[in-house]
Design a binder for this molecule. Structure first.
Ligand code: ADP
Length: 250
């Protein structure tokens, strides 16, 4: 679904991504691991159009998407989740979901509504969709809570919910588990797996919690010093000499 070819991202003389090449299979939940400073987040930001690459290419389903801005990637169904911005903290969870614009192409629920001859989606329909998303993520009980008041794990679920409002196709999730308790982490893992299996989402997940990675990700890609070191199942990665050395060296 996504192919990254010899990607470089330099900050001045520093090579944060230094010739990374990798493929993301359609329908996979791919884990991206590696020691701090390996270049994982920078790689995400370049793929998602947040940062321009220094060189290299990103291909999505055969089309060159290198350097496309986030809104153009959004139209293609490629999304990177972001923490809920401060401005949205005073809005409720439902309102946060209702703010997400629909993608206007592709075969999704929104286009089905468009095909029914509606020029604009009615607010009621968007609300129904938001409630459906909250229910899917098992956070319907916080629909009317202000987004600034919910827990870190619930915020992560709401970020996932925002991708569902657009019927995303490939979602990049950064540090899903940071500061999230075990129970909610399990809920997040379940939601990712269900979105993958029931709705065909492809995921790329950066996460430090190896239990989480081992439970839902296959394959796992390990980066260090801006390059891809190894790819395989988590067990294969854990047994890889270069990977062990990269982690011990930090
Ligand atoms: P990871 O996500 O694997 O921890 P990052 O992609 O966040 O790694 O960072 C890779 C390296 O690039 C780090 O050494 C970081 O300090 C550096 N870096 C990231 N963003 C910038 C930036 N905007 N300017 C300068 N250096 C940066």
């Amino acid at each position: 679904m996504i192919r990254v070819e010899d990607l470089h991202k330099h900050f001045g003389g520093f090579h944060a991504v230094d010739g990374a090449s990798l493929s993301i299979e359609k329908g996979s939940i791919t884990g991206l691991i590696g020691p701090n400073g390996a270049g994982k987040t920078t790689l995400f930001n370049v793929i998602a159009g947040v940062l321009p690459p220094t060189s290299g290419r990103v291909i999505m389903e055969g089309a060159d998407i290198t350097g496309l801005p986030p809104h153009a990637l959004f139209q293609k169904g490629l999304l990177r989740t972001f923490q809920i911005a401060h401005e949205f903290h005073t809005m409720t969870c439902r309102e946060n979901l209702m703010m997400v614009p629909p993608r206007q192409s592709g075969e999704n629920l929104w286009s089905a509504w468009f095909e029914r001859g509606k020029v604009r989606l009615e607010e009621e329909e968007i609300r129904r969709r938001a409630d459906e998303v909250l229910e899917f993520l098992t956070i319907d009980h916080i629909a009317d809570e202000k987004a600034g008041m919910i827990s870190g794990g619930q915020k992560k679920l709401l970020e996932l919910g925002r991708t569902m409002m657009t019927d995303a196709r490939v979602v990049f999730l950064d540090e899903v588990g940071a500061g999230v308790n075990r129970t909610l982490l399990n809920t997040i893992a379940d939601a990712i797996v269900r979105l993958n299996q029931e709705r065909g989402y492809t995921f790329v997940v950066i996460e430090h919690d190896m239990d989480f990675i081992g439970r839902i990700c296959d394959p796992v890609i390990c980066m260090a010093e801006g390059k891809v070191l190894a790819e395989g199942t988590l067990d294969e990665i854990k047994a890889n000499e270069a990977v062990i050395e990269a982690y011990l060296g930090t």
